[in-house]
Design a protein around this ligand. Structure first.
Ligand code: GRF
Length: 292
């Protein structure tokens, strides 16, 4: 789930232990279970990144740190990043911040993929609103810098997001990966990272956005569901789709059964998508995401 301010859309706690074994794991016969990005169209150069309802992300090469940046959150963020000391420069290595509130099994999958040398990126920061969460425990165990905050200590969402924004700038983050972050986002974070913030949702979007996606799928009686990685825009799970994986839904499934089966696929899909970003392979052309 991802979404921008408005109604209360905190997900219900459908989180399950990753130690549990799914009842009927595996791909649906005859259906592709590999991520299926849109192929590049030969000879067609993708347009600059633009997401619906929000401004295009400027090419960093063309950035100008003058007063023209006023009203341009992405440019302001670049200015802030450039003002901070860091011997590494802004993009080397490719730096990822993961936002998580709960178990952090997707986060762990990314750490494991990075450790295996297959992520092409450094997990440079974990952001969490839950100091006692398993995700924070995993980060500490892996030596990943953690920024934890307590929302009720701030006057507003915008107030804590401004602090997060500073932490992201200090860590020179290239990509924000939402992985079970149970808070609404405001434009304070979404706009500067437009095109550089992704989310994973446990359904085949656009079906079943919002909370309890697995429960919605079971209640609706669908026979296939899955996981979707998508860009975060100003809507609720509405951003352009980057990749999906399908899983079976069986008549006897509970929401919990389905959630487990989907999460097995998420842990394969999400690190792979992050590796595409790190390799500079993802381009957005309108709503079409193309992999080069
Ligand atoms: C995942 O199922 C993801 O789809 C949803 O939140 C869950 C996070 O699980 N957005 P975990 O914390 O990574 O185990």
């Amino acid at each position: 789930m991802s979404g921008i301010e408005g109604k209360d859309i905190r997900e219900e706690s459908t989180r399950l232990s990753e130690e549990e074994v799914p009842l009927k794991p595996g791909p649906m016969p005859g259906l592709p279970n590999e991520p299926v990005p849109q192929p590049a169209v030969p000879g067609v150069e993708p347009e600059p990144l633009t997401l619906p309802g929000l401004p295009a992300v400027a090419d960093p090469e063309e950035a100008d740190d003058s007063a023209e940046n006023e009203g341009d959150p992405a440019a302001q963020l670049r200015e802030l990043e450039q003002a901070l000391p860091d011997g590494e420069g802004p993009n080397k290595p490719y730096r990822v911040a993961v936002f998580a509130s709960g178990s952090g099994s997707n986060f762990q999958a990314m750490l494991d993929t990075a450790r295996a040398g297959q992520l092409g990126a450094q997990i440079a920061l974990l952001v969490s609103d839950k100091p006692q969460s398993k995700a924070v425990e995993r980060a500490r165990a892996a030596g990943v810098p953690v920024f934890v905050f307590t929302p009720k200590e701030y006057d507003s969402r915008e107030a804590y997001e401004r602090v997060i924004l500073e932490e992201l700038a200090k860590a020179k983050i290239d990509l924000i990966v939402l992985a079970g972050y149970m808070r609404l986002l405001t434009s304070v974070l979404v706009e500067p990272y437009m095109g550089r913030m992704i989310n994973i949702h446990p359904s085949l979007l656009p079906s079943f956005p919002g909370k309890d996606a697995a429960g919605q799928a079971v209640a609706h009686g669908v026979r296939i569901s899955g996981a979707t990685v998508h860009f975060v825009d100003g809507g609720m799970d509405t951003g352009p789709i980057i990749a999906q994986r399908a899983v079976d839904v069986y008549p006897e499934d509970s929401a919990a059964d389905l959630q487990l089966r989907i999460q097995d696929q998420e842990r394969l899909l999400y690190p792979e998508v992050v590796s595409w970003f790190a390799a500079g392979r993802v381009k957005l052309d309108g709503r079409q995401v193309r992999l080069f």
